[in-house]
Design a protein around this ligand. Structure first.
Ligand code: ATP
Ligand code: MG
Length: 235
């Protein structure tokens, strides 16, 4: 049996392999920065919070920046070019392509060198490809297929899966799944059930930001503050 691995988020918290970890919050709260930070940390030795693994990065919004990877690599004392080479990067232009890219990564994962799969962000292409109430059930069905495959891969290949997610623009819309401050991730029940751990990010005072574990099988609900630096997410 495979041993579960853990990859640090850059602060005290970490995410487990063989399950889906969802990070959600409003724009500019640091979801993409967290994804970049973890893409470097995943490559580090265990003592440094890593898993000595390669990284697959599916970018649906075109916000991946190799320069940021290089800056974060410097913080951890690893070779910036090597850090970039260890990331298999792909840009998805639509939801169909998002699924094809995931499937295509199976051959990468079969090498057993990969420990982190990033999807930044999970819902954006489904939200643009399926519009309005009339297409909602079809959207959720297709999304369900993607999440099942991602879950299966997480288990088969011992991967930490990190999905970023957006919040509904109307925080008062429903109390269901809402954090204490009413922010609710998009994606409905299907995504809520697929995610083993949900982490809510929000802006705090000044530069400070706050992460809150909303839904975790092994952690109590608690908050931790962090900042975004040149070297990525930090306590
Ligand atoms: P969105 O929902 O729009 O995708 P996001 O949650 O992914 O937003 P990020 O792009 O991760 O947000 O974070 C953007 C924030 O990170 C900005 O406030 C920006 O100032 C900050 N940031 C980016 N690079 C650096 C850096 N090198 N040093 C400090 N802060 C940075
Ligand atoms: Mg982003």
């Amino acid at each position: 049996r495979k041993r579960c691995v853990r990859i640090s988020t850059g602060s005290k918290h970490g995410f487990q392999s063989m399950s889906i970890n969802e990070v959600y919050g409003e724009f500019r709260c640091g979801k993409t920065q967290l994804a970049h930070t973890m893409a470097v940390i995943a490559q580090l030795p265990k003592e440094m919070g890593g898993a000595e693994g390669k990284v697959a990065y599916i970018d649906t919004e075109g916000t991946f920046r190799p320069e940021r990877i290089m800056e974060i690599a410097e913080r951890f004392g690893v070779d910036p070019d090597q850090a970039c080479e260890n990331i298999a990067y792909a840009r998805a232009q639509n939801s169909e392509m998002q699924m094809e890219l995931l499937e295509g990564l199976a051959s990468n994962f079969a090498t057993n060198e990969y420990r982190l799969l990033v999807i930044d962000s999970i819902m954006s292409l489904y939200r643009t490809d399926f519009i309005g109430r009339g297409e909602l059930s079809e959207r959720q069905q297709v999304l369900g297929g993607f999440l099942r495959r991602a879950t299966q891969m997480a288990e088969e290949f011992n991967l930490v899966v990190l999905m970023t997610n957006q919040v509904q623009s109307d925080p008062g819309a429903s109390a269901l799944f809402a954090g204490a401050d009413g922010r609710k991730p998009v994606g409905g029940h299907i995504l809520a059930h697929a995610s083993t751990t949900r982490l809510l990010l929000r802006k705090g005072r000044g530069e400070e930001r706050v992460a809150k574990i909303v839904d975790s099988p092994d952690c109590p609900e608690r908050e931790a503050s962090y900042i975004i630096t040149n070297g990525g997410i930090n306590d």
